[in-house]
Design a binder for this molecule. Sequence first.
Ligand SMILES: *Cc1c(COP(=O)(O)O)cnc(C)c1O
Length: 223
Amino acid sequence: MSSIAAALAAIQATLPSGVSLVAVSKFHPVEALAEAYAAGQRLFGESRVQELAVKVPALPADISWHFIGHLQTNKVRQLIGLRPALIESVDSERLLRAIDAESERAGIVSRVLMQVHVAQEETKFGMTPDEMLGFFADRRFESLKATHICGMMAMASNTDDEARVRADFESVARLRSRILDVAPDLRGFDILSMGMSHDYPLAVAAGANLVRVGSAIFGDRGY
Ligand SMILES: *Cc1c(COP(=O)(O)O)cnc(C)c1O
């Protein structure tokens, strides 16, 4: 078994049923992804449109690609053209509107997650919890024409302080239930994407049903 296949099997063995694994393959060569594919992996995460555009045509068509990086509005058209299965990193209403307009133009419905910022680091992206709650309380999602909001994505603080990481994940799970309280008729708001290589068990414990794991599968990215 390749080390990639072994890592995938080891991680899958720790995930309860109902939790899906996104193999975050950014910065890794197509050969590494092909190895994961051969081991049965079908869900991959990429963070740059340019890189995704190279990898999509180079790999089998039954892969589901998740876009997980910060997306500039001037890249939205190209990304929509690549037909990602899920855009996990919608970090502003402006970006959401751009995705919606471009999806309508392309005649498709895009599936997205709203990214919330709960981590300590200012450098991370996402709406604040208050902004996001307001977005749903004001029912601003109702004017979307070609976008389905399937849930939320978040990153915890980048720290060894387990209590802090756990608190970050739990605050996202609480926000999710508050959103469902203010908009109980939201349909298909089912995905909670949280957790990376070093913290995914804590995310799963807090209720994540999608985890995004890169270096624990493919090794270091060397940056
Ligand atoms: C790179 C990245 C990951 C994976 O990180 P690892 O530490 O390599 O597991 C997960 N989520 C997002 C948003 C990322 O950018």
